[in-house]
Design a protein around this ligand. Structure first.
Ligand SMILES: *[C@@H]1O[C@H](CO)[C@@H](O)[C@H](O)[C@H]1NC(C)=O
Ligand SMILES: *[C@@H]1O[C@H](CO)[C@@H](O)[C@H](O)[C@H]1NC(C)=O
Ligand SMILES: *[C@@H]1O[C@H](CO)[C@@H](O)[C@H](O)[C@H]1NC(C)=O
Ligand SMILES: *[C@@H]1O[C@H](CO)[C@@H](O)[C@H](O)[C@H]1NC(C)=O
Length: 456
C-alpha cells in the first residue's frame, strides 16, 4: 500500500498553471472535427438490422424456437430480413472515408500477425500467477444433500455447458487450492448452475433463492464475505440461465467476480471490469488425425438452430450460395466433416453471444468467423483475436463473401497457424495442464484479484 501512494502525482506538477490560450485551440478544434465525423458516420450507418435487438426470455434460453417466432427487423416486409443496399453502400463509403482520413486500413481483417498481444509479458505474468495464486474453496461434506451442485463430478463433464463443471473438477485437482483462508487471494463458491437447473428440488425458478441462501449461509458462518462485501469471492457459470442466479442477491452480483460463458457486454448481468469470460467448449479428447492435412474445399460453414436474428439474417442472405454453406438445424452429415472441410467456420450468436462453435472451429483447425457484436471474447486481454479469427460486424453479413475473398492465401495461412497456436487454450483437462482453458481462466481471475489483502 505504501508503494502505491508514490504513484499518485500532484496535478500541479503535470500541468503548469501558465498556458498560452492558443494552446487549447488545436485540440479543441480537433475534438470538434472528430465529433462531427462520428456524427456523420452514425447517421449514415443508422437503421441497419443490428438495432432493436429482440428481448429474449431467459427461461427459454437453450430451447429452439421455430423460425416464424423470430422477431425480425421492423423495416422488413413479411418478416423477412432484407439488407438495404443503399444504406450498406453509404455505410461502406463513410467508413472508408473515415479510414483513409485516420490512416486506418478499412476492411483489412488480418492486420495482426501475432497470436498474443505480448507473449513475453503474458508468460512472465502467468508464471507469477502460477506460483502465487491461492484459492480458498468453501468446504462441503461428501454427504451434503446438494452434493450434485456443490462438489466436483466423478465423471468427466460432457455436453454444451461442460466448462463450468470442468473448471471445478480441474481446480480441486490443482495446486491453487489452499486450506488456509488467510493465505487466499480469492474465495470460490463452488455451486454450479447447470446441475441446479436439472435438480427438481431447485429447478430454474429456484436458482436465485438457492444462491441467496448460500450467500446468507457463508456470511453467517465465516468472516470472509463481510470483510470485502464479496469482492474477493467468485463463482463459475456456463449455462446462460446463470444470468438470473444473482437476481435475489443484487448487491452480491455487483461485487463478486463472475467467471461466465455469457460474457455479453451489453447485458445487465455482466460487468467487464470485474467479471471474466470463460470459453464454452464441447469437450473432446486427443486431436483429430487430419488436422493439418485436411483439404478445405468449402469457403465457410454454419449449422444450427435459427433462434436469433443474426442467424436468420445469415441464412436469408446465404442459403443458396455454393461457397458459403449455411444450414438450418442439424446436419445430415457428420459435423466434423464440415469443420475439417471448410476454411472458415462461422460462430453466429444465438440466444446469447456465446456458443461452443468457436471451440469447435479451433479444435478442427478451422478459422472462426465471429458474428456476435457484443461478445467480450474469452482471454481477449491475452490473445489477439484478429490474428486467428475474422471478426465481422453483424450488419456486414451481406458482404461476408467479399470480406473472405479479400483474405489472401498467405493471410489465411497466418490465421490458421495462429489457430493451431491458440487452440490449446480452449481445451479442458482433468487434472488440468499448463495453458489449457483452466489455467487461462485462473489467469483471468488472478488479474481481477485485489492487490490489497484483507485479514481477519
Ligand atoms: C505451474 O505450476 C505447476 C505446479 O507447480 C507446474 O507443474 C508447472 O510447470 C507450472 N507452469 C509454469 C509455466 O510455470
Ligand atoms: C444453508 O444452511 C442451512 C442450515 O445449515 C441448510 O439447511 C441449507 O441447505 C443451506 N443452504 C444453502 C443454499 O447452502
Ligand atoms: C456479516 O454481516 C451480516 C449483516 O450485517 C451479519 O448478519 C453477520 O452476522 C455477519 N457475519 C459475521 C460472521 O459476523
Ligand atoms: C433460395 O432458393 C429458394 C428455393 O429456390 C428460394 O425460395 C429463395 O428465395 C432463395 N433465397 C435466396 C436468398 O436467393
Amino acid at each position: 500500500m505504501g508503494k502505491s501512494s508514490s504513484l499518485v502525482y500532484k496535478v500541479s506538477e503535470q500541468f503548469p498553471a501558465k498556458f498560452n490560450k492558443s494552446f487549447y485551440i488545436l485540440p479543441i478544434s480537433l475534438a470538434l472535427t472528430t465529433l462531427l465525423f462520428i456524427f456523420i458516420y452514425d447517421i449514415t450507418t443508422a437503421g441497419n438490422v443490428t438495432r432493436n435487438l429482440p428481448q429474449t426470455n431467459p427461461y427459454l434460453l437453450d430451447r429452439s424456437l421455430p423460425t416464424d417466432n423470430i422477431p425480425f427487423d421492423q423495416n422488413s416486409e413479411n418478416g423477412d430480413l432484407v439488407a438495404d443496399p443503399s444504406r450498406l453502400a453509404a455505410s461502406e463509403r463513410a467508413s472508408q472515408w473515415l479510414g483513409n482520413l485516420f490512416g486506418i486500413s478499412n476492411g483489412d481483417y488480418t492486420n495482426n500477425k501475432e497470436a498474443y498481444h505480448d507473449e513475453d509479458i503474458f508468460l512472465e505474468d502467468y508464471k507469477q500467477m502460477n506460483k502465487s495464486l491461492k484459492i480458498y474453496v468453501y468446504p462441503h461434506p461428501q454427504d451434503d444433500p446438494f452434493k450434485n451442485v456443490l462438489l466436483p463430478t466423478d465423471y468427466d463433464p460432457r455436453g454444451n455447458f461442460a466448462s463450468e463443471l470442468y473448471f471445478k473438477k480441474a481446480l480441486m485437482k490443482s495446486h491453487f487450492v489452499s486450506e488456509d483462508p488467510d493465505e487466499a487471494d480469492l474465495f470460490y463458491m463452488p455451486f454450479s448452475i447447470s446441475p441446479m437447473r436439472t435438480d427438481h428440488r431447485i429447478d430454474v425458478h429456484g436458482i436465485p433463492d438457492f444462491v441467496k441462501n448460500y450467500i446468507t449461509n457463508i456470511t453467517q458462518k465465516y468472516p470472509y464475505w463481510n470483510r470485502t462485501g464479496g469482492a474477493d469471492h467468485f463463482y463459475v457459470a456456463c449455462h446462460s440461465i446463470g444470468k438470473i442466479a444473482f437476481n435475489k442477491a443484487v448487491v452480491a452480483k455487483l461485487n463478486v467476480i463472475q467467471l461466465v460463458c455469457t460474457s455479453n457486454l451489453f447485458s445487465q448481468s455482466y460487468f467487464a471490469h470485474k467479471d471474466a469470460s470463460m470459453p464454452q467448449v464441447w469437450p473432446r479428447q486427443d486431436d483429430p488425425p487430419n488436422l493439418l492435412t485436411s483439404d478445405r474445399k468449402q469457403l465457410a460453414f454454419f449449422a444450427g438452430a435459427m433462434n436469433a436474428r443474426t442467424r436468420a439474417y445469415l441464412l436469408n442472405v446465404w442459403e443458396n450460395d455454393t461457397e458459403i454453406f449455411v444450414h438450418h438445424g442439424r446436419l445430415p452429415t457428420p459435423y466434423s466433416e464440415q469443420l475439417l472441410g471448410s476454411k472458415f467456420c462461422i460462430h453466429a450468436k444465438g440466444y446469447e453471444v456465446n456458443t461452443a462453435r468457436i471451440g469447435d472451429a479451433l479444435y478442427y483447425g478451422c478459422v472462426p468467423i465471429i458474428l456476435a457484436n457484443q461478445y467480450d471474447l474469452p482471454f481477449t486481454d491475452i490473445l489477439n483475436w484478429k490474428s486467428f479469427s475474422v471478426i465481422v460486424h453483424e450488419r456486414d453479413i451481406p458482404i461476408l463473401k467479399r470480406i473472405l475473398q479479400g483474405i489472401s492465401s498467405e493471410e489465411y495461412a497466418m490465421l490458421q497457424s495462429n489457430v493451431i497456436k491458440v487452440r490449446k487454450h480452449f481445451q479442458w483437462h482433468s487434472p488440468p495442464i499448463d495453458f489449457d482453458a483452466f489455467y487461462m481462466s485462473m489467469y483471468e481471475l488472478w488479474k481481477r484479484r485485489s492487490v490489497v489483502k484483507v485479514r481477519s
